[in-house]
Write a new protein. Sequence first.
Lengths: 480, 550
Amino acid sequence: MADRQNHATAGLVSVSVLTLAFLGCADGGQSVEESAAVPVPGRLSEMDPDLVRHIEQRSAVVRERPEGMAGWMGLGLLYEAHEIFLPALECYRRAVRLDPDEPRARYHLSLMQNEAGDLESAVDNLARVTELAPEYAPARWRRGFLLLELGRLDEAAAAFRGALDVAPRDVAAQAGLARVALYQGRPEEAARVLEDSLAAGARHTYLHHLLGDAYRQLQQWDRAEAELMKGRESQAVWHDPWALESLNHRVEYYTLLNAAGGTSDSGQPEVAIPVMEELLRKKPDDRRALSNLSRAYLRIGRTEEGLRLLHRMRELHPDHFEAELNLAGAYEFLGQLERALDHADRSIELNPDYAASHRRRGSILLRQRKLDQAARAYERAVRLAPGDRLAWRSLGDCRLQLRQWEAAASSLENARRLDPENAEVLSKLGFARMELGDLKGAERVLVEAVRLAPGEARAANLMLAQIRQHLPRETESDDR
Amino acid sequence: MIAERTSGLRGLLPVVTALAVGGCAVTGGGESWFEEVAAERGLVFEHRSGHETEHYMPEAMGGGAALFDMDSDGDLDVYLVQSGSLIGPPGEQPGNRLYRNRGDGTFDDVTAGSGADDRGYGMGVAVADYDLDGDVDLYVTNLGRNTLLQNEGDGRFTDRTEASGTGHTGWTTGAVFFDYDLDGDEDLYAVNYIYWSKESENDCYGPVGEPTYCGPRSYNAPAIDVLYRNEGDGTFTDITTEAGIDRNFGNGLGVLAADYDEDGRLDVFVANDGSLNQLWLNQGDGTFRDMALVRGCAADQDALAKAGMGVTTADVDDDGDLDLLVCNLYEEGDSYYRNDGDYFTDVTALAGLGVTPRLFTRFGLGWVDFDNDGYLDLFEANGRVKYQSNLWSDDLYAEPNLLFRGSAGGRFEEILPRGGTIEPLIATSRAAAFGDLDGDGGIDIVVVNRDLSVHLLHNTAPGRGNWILFDLPGAAEGTVVTATIEGRRVRRDLRRGYSYLAANSPRVHFGLGAAGRIEDVRVRWIDGAIESFGIFDAGQRVILRRGAGN
């Protein structure tokens, strides 16, 4: 209780303190009356100039029309998009004061209160949001998760059930209910909720993590392990359109560059390219922009443009390995393997400890059928980056082609550990085990490969047929 | 105080803005539990990261500390690990420092001529009498070659790295000595962070476009740890591969050696930064198996592989087994893994640690009974690794520490003023080492701060209860002491290796509250032998020698 009082008091204090604080950050010469209303973060001089310009523009809007709720929302979203949380919180507070019945402003206010650690206020605001927008399930389950964090389990369960009332197949709410059950020592109930959700087609891998937790508490170790592996490195991130609104307000150069890089890497280079081109116009020498845009060009076959940018990058940053590495990749893609190898070697010369350069070198050598050298390059790559699943898989490939079955199996085991649901890896591992005479071991992984990729399991099925021809005889021989 | 350091409202901004964070006032109300006395006690040391303009990641991580009795005179001396510069020529670092306790909790710098001034780019330190000659040796972890310093017993240390075979090169962070094979000497586990070189450094930027330190994932180079077997003749053998430790990897920082499955053998827990934690269960045949995922301490309830920094372990809920606490980065709560026998359950929120810690980036930490009420409290030493828009001081990375009072069943409540000092100490803190430096029965803390003076937090907790400290000469990491305090059975272990880059007091401390004595004291030595030592009055340091009990 004492804690809650502290929170409440500090909440009140923070408004006036922030208001005072913003005075100190506003441009010199402004009067108290003018600047007191507009929250401006500190250290503006160290921020991206575009971001500062946008802050100034949006601040001007609210200064001119302080009674306009949309202006406060716009400034709040800009701050939120750049993780400037306390000024964002203050903007949303002003927005809510101007229009207390507008649910989105209140929703963002609750998000910022959560960021500031004021969960009690966030919970209260989310309760009000659910009254204002009863059909918006994320407000309900988000409140449930905050209540979970506060240890108020029964209230959390009620919030999750409320979300399911308005969205019966909401996966976040189902996961939340399962978490409450786990906290309350009812793993059977958690398992039932999660099994039902998965059976109904929910695809979120986090559900497997939670189901693994439930099976663990039920001491069903094998099932627990299988589920935990499936849910490994999953994330409890749920679809919440209102929370994503701020992403559209990103203006800072590197934030946009990272986002565009992510878009390109996730298979939409066409969408990312215009953004990247615009960014490169702002900073024509920026290594990261050159690198990202060249990769995007190469992905969609605009090879000449990609290579031109990479060579420019090389001229601008001659001592940095990245241009060499990217050139190696580009020329390998074009089938110019000798040229690719030269660039890979130069990349390694500039930075011998970068695993991806060794992996690239291995890949080029493998295509040149220089298997021993390729294996050595991949070995170096996995020594530097033991989590590089691609390097382990390629090392396994090399060793298969070298007919080094034991070493191949070992590499592919590592690849499998890192990528347990990769049917190709399992298939190759099955082949290596077959060659080692471990027919039962081979059968196990091949069955799994077929299960994971039934449409692409021709080779695995053929091997399985062969194994099954031999396995009975082996059994007979054992019997004798 | 704040106004004196700054001028005008602009200067005021960072500090006052920060007051709003967390929804809690940071001053006022409550009494202080600690006072900062480093300089007046003679502990004069300023850590240097070497940061100039580039953001080299090792600059964000270093600063270690050890509390150990270097001269066997019964009090705790202090060893502080310096980093230095990544730009200047190697071998010209300022070097680590050694401070001898005068016996009253004040210190003399005795580095000169001691041979303890290792000049690597330092990270942390582990301590043990590895050669069983009766005095405590040091293992210093570095970016680059680690160093084994053998204590000669006369105030001098000899570099035995090459002869012992422990000079791993790479980026080692945490390390711990422990007797994994129960052969009577302590082996060594060294945690590696990432494969890093200046050439592999990336350019990273924060959310407002400012250059900042990269996260470990951006290097995609998690490292494999190293396990050395002590051969008993002054040498060690690298058995990483044969022990199976190379079967998994991560961006390792904190490390613990403890028996989590109560099979009589010490296991190893490694907190990884941005990758799944490892729980290496000792199989008893010279091998280890990582069971963190199955046992439930690899990730948190959100399946998130958090940025594991420091670690601590103790029987917080008095059920006889060891629970685990990992602290993490800003926006990630602590991970309190309650040991439920065959598995761990993440009960962070239920323990009251779900909210406040996640507002800070925590490194050094310890479950320690500071107020001697019989329940373990929690201290967390904080400091950022990245720019955040709300600032606490002119130092972009500085934050206050956190102090929580523990109560029955393993629940925690934050103590204000924040961090337990009357004026919150705003610094970029890394290692926190725990021990009673002045023999008054209160556990003190040494905190190493990046690019700032070290802090010595003298325990002044109000209404501190009775206490007793047990010294177990020659006892190994993981030795268990159990006792009854007014009908309640309590377990405390001998544990030097916990927190972050730190080696802590080897003494076993019990807070007794109002009880005037402790009863039915038993020691379970590392080989499983159990001895009873009976009843002791409060307020003393008692030596429990093996064979002297029943």
